[in-house]
Every structure is written in structure tokens, then in C-alpha cells.
Ligand binder design. Structure first.
Ligand code: GLN
Length: 424
């Protein structure tokens, strides 16, 4: 189904003959490095870039027997919520082709939802695995920061992002997490915790005796149909033996603002490396190095990426650093504390993944703020570095609705266990 435009590059990387993923096809988001296969980040800047090495997750996939079938479409450098900022054209939602698949890992989720790949990898800086999973009616996991190696992931905002699995079911997503999780000497932020977990086995668990926190703040601004669908799924978990209690996360009203200041600041620094010298697009300019640098970036980056580099540079500049960047870090610490307090009383926290149903194609193009605000429920888990999953909760007006579960650090097993009960 080429008209979905789920892939930027359709090229096969064979895996080992046997292993837990033998016979499985996987789509890999195009910001994850594949040796010998071009990796564009959805950008004109890297349209011809062919990495000389594999990301750790790609090595782990092929060692486990998976066959990589292509590089999935994405918002440019992961900056978006719809996959419309890709320099290679938008991806469509297989459930309704007039709607977006979500983003930024929209190609990954669309490929899985349409059966163009059995499984996929995305990356989640502020919701980019969970949002497209919710919009396409599949499962997506954002692991605890430090569970999965980012070696070979082309960085957008390092302190926030993790690579995560997308799959049709919780069990399959968990089995993919089993393969990619665990410490990596090439990524100093990875940790030993969780290394001997069995995520696929956790998908067999039940919710008997589990306490689920319901944060009023994450239901308040959401669309009515979305809230009803999620509440029905939560009621079903109660029928299965879970207990629900209201919790409050007062800091989350600042999550989107803090997230965008931090993400844009880190992006402005990370993307400084695209200078047209060692790799990527090279601007055609007469004159000094500054002119060539400017031409490279003027031609190579799209509008959303430029907007974020400008805003991020501003937030970090002398005189504004305290006002924006440090304030955002304070808000981040507050969000982290709110979750810690909540987890004194509950095992997991449930909410809608996205406060809205999938946007129509083009709907958010001229209104970046509207798209930023749609990240209200996903960004808190990135700010607090916590594990989170989006699992289909049902439909509203024929469109998929995702339920998000967030857990304590490195407690993916409980999150997976609760999510598998939502599927039942
Ligand atoms: N929509 C968010 C953003 O544009 C999330 C992106 C992501 O997780 N990569 O920053």
C-alpha cells in the first residue's frame, strides 16, 4: 500500500537464521542508524546520508533473527505530532486515510497497523511512540530512560528520549522490548536495572490487587468521546479486580511548556552539527564559512526545525537562560516529584494517551501551538523519565482511542501487565 507512505526507504536487512524474532519483519524509524542503508531523519539535510555503523538496537534486532524491511517515515528530526513535517511527504493513517497517523513515529505505527511490518521501532522524546500508536490503534511503549540504548539514534533531545517498540498487541511489544532492552557500553546512560526482566511473561499477568491512579488533570482538557472510551476501559479493569483511586498531579499543567523549552534547547545544540562539512547537505554559497553554513541550514532544514532551533537558541542565550531554561528545569523537577508522591499510593497511573482523536491531514499545519498542546498527557512521562505504554482502549466515532499507563522507574513489568488486561 504505497499510498500510505509509511516508508522513506524500502530496503531489507536480513537477520540471523534463528532467535526469538526469527521470521518477523520490523520497520525501523528513519532516525535510527542502519549501516549501508540511508538514514534521513525525514530531512532534506540527510537525504543522502548513509551511516557507516548500526545502532545497538538494530544489531540486537538482527541478532534476534528479525528481518528489517525498511526505514519508516517520521516528522523531520522527530519534531512533530502528525508525520506531516517529513521532507518525504506525509504518512496517512491506515484507519482513515484522510487523517494523520500521529507522530513523530507515524510511519512505524502506520506500517504495523496496515500489516506492512509485523513490528516497528520508534523513538519517543515527548510522545512520539505513544501518540502514533494511539492514533493508529496499536500498542507503543516508551521505556524508562536508560533501559534501551540510544547509540546510533540521531539525537533530538537526549535527556528526554528513548527508542521504543510498536506492535499490534501488548505481548508482541513486550517481546520486542525484551530484545532491545539492557545495558550497552556504547551508551553511558543505560543502566543494569531491568536487565533480567521478562516483559513478554508480564503480558500474561492480571490486574487482581493492582491499584490504578486516575489523575484528574489528565482527563480535564480531553475530548468527550476520548474520555468516555478511556473511562469504560478503566471500569473494565475494576471488573477484573483492580482498585482505582484519584490522584493529583498539579505540576502537569506546566509539562508542555517545560517540555518544549527543554526539547528545543537541546535540539538547538544537537542540530548545530549539521554544518555541511562532514556529512549531510552542503549549501552552495560563495564567500566565507558563515555564508556556506547559513546556506546549508537554510536549504537543509524545514520550517518546524528552523522554528525550534531559533526558539531553543533564544531560551539558552545570556539573559534568558534563567528566565526560560532554568525555570523549565524547575518545572521538570516538580513533575518528577509529583509522580514519586503518587507512586507512594498507586502502582500505575491511567489516562487518555492523546486528549484528541487523530487530526485530519493539514488540520494542524498552520497552528503549531495546537499541536504542541496535544502533547499534554505524553510529555510528563518523558520529563520524569518514566515507563509508559499506549494500548488501544476502543473507538470513538470510529477512530482509535489510546489508554496510557505510566509506572515507576524500571517497572515496565507492571505497566505491561496492566496494559494486557486492557486488551482482554
Ligand atoms: N510532539 C512532540 C514534539 O514535537 C514529540 C516528539 C517526539 O517524541 N519525538 O516534540
Amino acid at each position: 500500500m504505497a499510498e500510505l507512505n509509511a516508508f522513506i526507504t524500502e530496503e531489507t536487512i536480513e537477520g540471523a537464521d534463528d532467535g526469538p524474532l526469527a521470521g518477523t519483519t520490523v520497520a525501523v524509524k528513519d532516525n535510527i542508524s542502519t549501516e549501508g542503508v540511508r538514514t534521513t531523519c525525514g530531512s532534506e539535510m540527510l537525504a543522502d546520508y548513509v551511516p557507516p555503523y548500526d545502532a545497538t538496537v538494530v544489531e540486537r534486532l538482527t541478532d534476534a533473527g528479525a528481518e528489517i524491511v525498511g526505514k519508516a517515515n517520521m516528522d523531520e528530526f522527530g519534531m512533530g505530532t502528525t508525520t506531516e513535517t517529513s521532507a518525504f511527504g506525509a504518512t496517512r493513517n491506515p484507519v482513515d486515510p484522510d487523517r494523520v497517523p500521529g507522530g513523530s513515529s507515524g510511519g512505524s505505527a502506520a506500517a504495523v497497523a496496515a500489516g506492512e511490518a509485523d513490528l516497528a521501532l520508534g523513538s519517543d522524546t515527548g510522545g512520539s511512540v505513544r501518540c502514533p500508536a494511539a492514533f493508529c490503534g496499536v500498542v507503543g511503549i516508551k521505556p524508562t530512560y536508560g533501559l534501551v540504548s540510544r547509540y546510533g539514534l540521531i539525537a533530538y533531545a537526549n535527556s528526554l528520549e528513548q527508542i521504543g517498540p510498536i506492535a499490534p498487541t501488548v505481548r508482541e511489544a513486550a517481546a520486542l522490548l525484551d530484545v532491545i532492552a539492557g545495558p550497552d557500553p556504547n551508551d553511558g546512560t543505560t543502566r543494569e536495572e531491568g536487565a533480567d526482566s521478562d516483559y513478554a511473561a508480564a503480558a500474561d499477568g492480571d490486574v487482581e490487587g493492582l491499584t490504578i491512579g486516575i489523575p484528574t488533570e489528565l482527563f480535564e482538557g480531553a475530548d468527550e468521546g476520548v474520555v468516555e472510551t478511556v473511562e469504560a476501559a478503566v471500569a473494565d479493569l475494576e471488573d477484573q479486580g483492580a482498585e482505582t483511586v484519584e490522584v493529583s498531579l498539579p505540576s502537569v499543567e506546566h509539562a508542555v511548556a517545560a517540555y518544549y523549552v527543554i526539547a528545543m534547547s537541546e535540539a538547538s545544540s544537537n542540530l548545530a552539527r549539521f554544518d555541511g562539512v562532514r556529512y549531510g547537505h552542503s549549501g552552495d554559497a560563495e564567500g566565507n564559512w558563515n555564508d556556506t553554513f547559513a546556506a546549508t541550514r537554510e536549504e537543509g532544514f524545514g520550517a518546524e526545525v528552523k522554528r525550534r532551533i531559533l526558539l531553543g537558541t533564544y531560551a539558552l542565550s545570556a539573559g534568558y537562560h534563567d528566565k526560560y531554561y532554568e525555570k523549565a528545569q524547575d518545572a521538570r523537577a516538580w513533575v518528577r516529584q509529583d509522580f514519586e508522591d503518587a507512586f507512594e499510593a498507586v502502582d500505575v497511573i491511567a489516562s487518555p494517551t492523546m486528549p484528541v482523536p487523530p487530526f485530519e491531514l493539514g488540520e494542524g499545519l498552520d497552528d503549531p501551538l495546537k499541536l504542541y498542546l496535544a502533547d499534554a498527557n505524553t510529555t510528563p512521562a518523558n520529563l520524569a523519565n518514566l515507563p509508559a505504554i499506549s494500548v488501544p482502549a476502543g473507538e470513538s466515532d470510529g477512530l482509535p482511542v489510546g489508554l496510557q499507563l505510566v509506572g515507576p522507574k524500571f517497572d515496565e513489568e507492571t505497566v505491561i501487565r496492566a496494559a494486557s488486561a486492557v486488551e482482554n
